[in-house]
Design a protein around this ligand. Structure first.
Ligand code: ATP
Ligand code: MG
Length: 412
């Protein structure tokens, strides 16, 4: 083999990095559990259509970022770029319509072919939640509050802004789209080539274009909030009231939109300025039209996904690894006893480090390196007397303990 580098945009996770990832997943899973969310794991790949139908054929993900291939059997397969489409597919194929409301939590790898940079990879990881079957604003409040709760528990909420907008219902969307199309058509020549094309197919997507020329035009565009009908305004007001009651701080951001037709009402993003250009850590919204658009029964939904890599860069310290106890045979003669003792302690639930060789000095150094909390020293005298020398590696105190009492002494 000549190329032993990981594939561009992928990373090996080990040591502190993977502890950060796992701590984020575990914290999120535990807190989501308090709200009644159970775990779902959908396949890493789906029929390509699952994503093209749901993400829309003009989205960045579908046009540029999907890992799609044909299998030996001639099927078109895509590595999942996001979690919601797979959950919606599972809901439909599992015939779960009678079981709503359903609450799912996931923690999975995602795959997108985009330009790698800090906080942007080709294989990355997300935690996410989906709440299916609840049409009212209390569902939006719950998932946003849950996201905020998780970030608070991770110790990062203080640096994060919760941004909120409403896309309203279908009628509001149509009214706004017409107004926007009329406005943008008048500024056609100033738009980027991409956006000129979007104007025909999906004008709302121009609102979240990152192109500076588009942004300049969009700055004067009609505002979505002026086109919300009464029902949509009431819904949005209820979401805001609910969040205020739960002390979840938020700010309105009228520029926050989602281009796809199946999104409605609430759209939200949790952002930070601590990560440069990749400032969005969590994003979500209501997608009442998604499941019907895939051919499933009319089922409202709301959810979010958060990037674990971006969260991992924000959490202050990775959680400490468990501190083992180190079993230290003084000479070669004590090694068999040490091995048996280490094994017995492990069977009793202790984390035990036993070096693979070296004199006592070397083994003590290793105990230090693995941050052992105690050393269990076994010399010829100890073996003869059926005891060990137990040294607390933080205080340096040591005493002899009968081997039979060791577990109890370590628990104390
Ligand atoms: P961005 O504008 O940063 O490309 P996005 O709109 O594509 O984000 P979503 O599809 O909403 O992102 O995904 C939700 C979250 O997943 C993002 O807020 C981010 O934290 C994370 N994420 C998305 N793409 C990547 C990636 N390529 N690498 C790492 N994390 C990512
Ligand atoms: Mg993206």
């Amino acid at each position: 083999m000549s190329n032993l580098q990981p594939v561009r945009g992928t990373h090996d996770l080990m040591f502190d990095d993977i502890r950060r990832h796992r701590a984020i997943e575990e914290t999120a899973f535990e807190i989501a559990g308090r709200y009644g969310y159970g775990e779902i794991a959908t396949p890493v790949f789906e029929a390509t259509e699952v994503f093209t139908r749901t993400l829309g054929d003009t989205s960045d993900i579908v046009t540029k970022e999907m890992y799609t291939f044909e299998t030996k059997g001639g099927e078109r397969i895509t590595l999942r770029p996001e979690g919601t489409a797979g959950v919606a597919r599972a809901f439909i194929s599992g015939g779960l319509a009678q079981q709503t409301p359903l609450k799912f939590f996931y923690r999975e790898s995602m795959f997108r072919y985009e330009r790698p940079q800090k906080g942007r990879q080709r294989q990355f990881h997300q935690i996410g939640v989906e709440l299916l079957g609840v049409p009212g604003p209390q569902a939006d409040v719950e998932v946003i509050a849950l996201g905020h709760h998780i970030l608070t528990a991770l110790g990062v909420a203080g640096n994060i802004k919760v941004e909120l907008n409403s896309l309203g219902d279908g009628d509001s969307r149509t009214a706004y789209r017409d107004a926007l199309t009329a406005f943008l058509s008048g500024h056609m020549e100033k738009l980027s080539p991409d956006s000129r094309e979007r104007l025909q197919r999906n004008p709302l997507r121009i609102l979240d274009s990152k192109d500076p020329a588009d942004r300049a035009v969009v700055a004067d565009a009609p505002r979505y909030s002026d086109y919300l009908n009464t029902a949509s305004k009431d819904f949005f007001a209820a979401v805001q009231d609910g969040l205020a009651r739960l002390d979840v701080p938020f700010a309105l951001n009228p520029a926050l939109v989602r281009g796809l037709d199946y999104y409605s009402h609430t759209a939200f993003e949790f952002t930070t300025d601590a990560l440069g250009a990749q400032g969005t850590v969590l994003a979500g919204g209501r997608y009442d039209g998604l499941i019907p658009s895939m051919g499933g029964p009319a089922t409202p939904g709301v959810g979010w996904a958060a990037g674990i890599e971006r969260l991992a860069m924000l959490i202050p310290e990775p959680p400490a690894a468990i501190r083992p106890v180190a079993v230290i045979p003084v000479g070669d003669a004590e090694i068999p006893v040490a091995e048996k003792l280490a094994h017995d302690l492990r069977l009793q639930g202790f984390a035990v480090d036993l070096g693979y060789g070296g004199n006592m000095g070397k083994r003590m150094k290793r105990a230090d390196k693995v941050k052992a909390r105690a050393a269990i020293i076994l010399g010829a005298d100890e073996v003869r007397e059926g005891v060990v020398t137990l040294r607390d590696l933080d205080s340096g105190e040591q005493r002899k303990v009968p081997q039979a009492d060791l577990a109890q002494a370590l628990r104390a």
